[in-house]
Design a protein around this ligand. Sequence first.
Ligand code: ZN
Length: 218
Amino acid sequence: MDYQNRAGVRFGGGGVAGYQETNAARRERLRQLALETIDLSKDPYFMKNHLGTFECRLCLTTHANDGSYLAHTQGKKHQTNLARRAAMESRRGAQASTAAQPAAVSQSQIQVRKNIVKIGRPGYKVTKIRDPETGQLGLRFQLKFPDIATNVNPRYRIMSAFEQKVEVPDRNYQYMVIAAEPYESVAFKIDAREIDDSPGRFWTYWDAPTYTIQLFFR
Ligand SMILES: [Zn+2]
């Protein structure tokens, strides 16, 4: 399909434009912009049906025009279905990994990871805490994952300054890294003090959509 040579919209035509007209022009401008940056011919879910309207093969929805389809792909329903499909494919990949061909397996796992569409960073809150009895200082991390993929639990990992590759290593800091697909992983830079791992002093709690991690420094 040729998206380049479509009838354009007149911009800045002068005169008094009505509110409706302005909105329509804005929509059209965004549509043109999206068409320039997104190649629908490479979208496996985009389909033109025999009625000349468009369908999303993932969500089984119909759309009057390609712009409306594009708007749909940015919406919650489509994103949720994409995340669900990615989770399903990653489960399939995990099953395949029990087969006895390590080389082929790692290849398929790499492909699965590419299919995950990241949907941005989670909302978060970090609170400094102090144990009233021991006087120990600590941190409580609370993150919100309302659109986490089905059957996915958030995971954390504490990384030293020398394990991470994002910043110049500084031995005074370590990182609390939290992952929950399809969200982008986030890292919190914290003091490189020893974390108290005695019973009950370090815990995580997943009560969807909120993931909480609490720690005390020794
Ligand atoms: Zn869709």
